[in-house]
Design a protein around this ligand. Structure first.
Ligand SMILES: Cc1cc2nc3c(=O)[nH]c(=O)nc-3n(C[C@H](O)[C@H](O)[C@H](O)COP(=O)(O)OP(=O)(O)OC[C@H]3O[C@@H](n4cnc5c(N)ncnc54)[C@H](O)[C@@H]3O)c2cc1C
Length: 397
């Protein structure tokens, strides 16, 4: 028998769940979320740093700049209301090299333009906030950065949706295609829908392809791995210590984050990966691996920013170089303070193949009764509740 729903959402990550919650708030009924995995948070939403960003980094006028400040506030309120873990610990951005001091000024300009609170601090104040952070005369302090537990938030959203009686989630159910305009073909049979939301994360481009949408985009996966501070060294980080990133590429640089459970992580790296789900070493080699290698090679030779980012990221984070980068943030760090961690995530970075450019912002495309959220990369977790309002506005008018 074919299943019916008012709104079908493909993807039960943070984007799909917050969109469903926003639809409920607007009175929708009959919301069905499908996810190809058996559990929540199997991909980016359960494998990230858990940082609620404060909106400092993003170019004026972008969706990231538009949704981050509000998303940060909404997610914090949600955690407080639902009694979920949240460390409102703030963060410092330090210029490990003197030539990064100019970058800090640019971050401050971007923060001001997005309405994100931040202020310059001198070495004395920095040493009161983060006694072991590298001092270079000037750092940027972000009081509104916080750390949450992503899986706990996903679970809470799921419970809220199910308890409403107006939404349901089918796990282990893949969207595989369309049969006509309003019937999805899935591994669990056909589903008729009135509206369709594509929140499929690293496969959002593939899902969009079934609607003939976003065909100029291709995905290049980048792997983010983490190290941990050994328990004896975790006192070196009180909250969050970040470097000044290279703003020409979409990555923030490896940083120290004190998680809600007190563990301190260093990461994530950003190294080209061979599969959209290659979390271990070569464990997601598929037919697509060759295409990914081809895309990497084409971009390597045609796009200066990509080449610089790929080479510098690989150089920075392989061999003993990760430790050297980390010491730029904490000079007293010893090599054996860093221990291995199984934590890894993949950023499905979108490339506009018509211009061979990395897409820096979230992309929202609509087609008849469907909406497609592409490139939901960092800080999409932080932005999600504000972003969902925009998505639903566009979907239902
Ligand atoms: C290493 C790393 C660190 C990050 N750190 C932060 C951070 O600190 N703060 C922050 O704000 N953001 C961070 N991000 C970004 C953030 O995690 C993501 O932007 C966000 O989780 C994306 O959510 P999503 O729901 O769009 O995608 P996902 O979480 O990937 O969810 C998509 C879902 O769709 C499902 N799916 C895919 N294809 C199909 C199909 N055909 N049928 C059915 N289901 C399908 C998948 O199983 C998956 O569950 C980080 C990301 C990474 C990788």
């Amino acid at each position: 028998m074919e299943r019916q729903c008012q709104v079908l959402i493909v993807g039960g990550g943070i984007t799909g769940l917050t969109t469903a919650r926003e639809l409920l708030k607007r009175g929708a009924d009959g919301i069905l979320i499908i996810d190809k995995e058996k559990t929540l948070g199997a991909h980016a939403s359960g494998r990230n740093s858990g940082v609620l960003h404060a909106g400092i980094y993003y170019s004026p006028g972008t969706n990231k700049a538009r949704f981050c400040v509000e998303g940060n506030t909404l997610m914090k309120d949600y955690c407080r209301q639902r009694g979920l873990n949240i460390e409102e610990s703030g963060k410092v951005i330090v210029a490990g090299d003197e030539d990064k001091l100019g970058g800090i000024e640019e971050l401050k300009r971007r923060a001001d333009s997005a309405g994100a609170e931040s202020r310059f601090i001198d070495d004395k104040e920095l040493s009161e906030i983060e006694p072991y952070a590298a001092r270079n005369g000037k750092a940027l302090y972000s009081p509104n950065t916080a750390v949450i537990s992503p899986l706990e938030i996903l679970e809470s959203l799921k419970d809220e949706l199910i308890e409403s009686g107006k939404a349901d989630i089918l796990f282990d159910t893949s969207f595989t295609g369309l049969n006509g305009d309003h019937t999805a073909v899935t591994s669990a049979g056909k589903i008729n829908f009135e509206k369709f939301v594509n929140a499929a994360g690293s496969f959002a481009d593939k899902v969009a392809g079934h609607f003939g949408v976003g065909e100029q985009y291709k995905v290049l996966p980048f792997k983010g791995t983490y190290k941990k501070l050994s328990p004896g060294a975790s006192h070196l980080v009180s909250s969050n210590i970040y470097p000044v990133p290279d703003l020409r590429n979409p990555f923030l640089g490896v940083h120290f984050t004190r998680g809600a459970d007190g563990s301190v992580y260093l990461g994530p790296t950003a190294i080209p990966a061979l599969g959209r789900e290659e979390y271990g070493f070569l464990d997601d080699l598929s037919k697509e691996t060759l295409s990914i290698l081809f895309r990497d090679s084409v971009l390597f030779f045609t796009n200066d920013a990509f080449r610089t980012a790929a080479v510098s990221e690989i150089k920075k984070y392989t061999g003993g170089n990760l430790y050297k980068e980390a010491r730029k943030l904490i000079p007293e760090l010893k090599e054996n303070d860093l221990i291995d961690s199984p934590k890894a995530g993949i950023r499905p970075q979108l490339v506009d193949w018509s211009s061979r450019e990395l897409v820096m912002d979230f992309v929202v495309l609509t087609e008849a009764d469907s909406i497609h959220i592409l490139n939901a990369i960092s800080p999409a977790f932080t932005c999600s509740m504000a972003f969902a309002k925009y998505t639903v506005d566009k979907l239902i008018g």
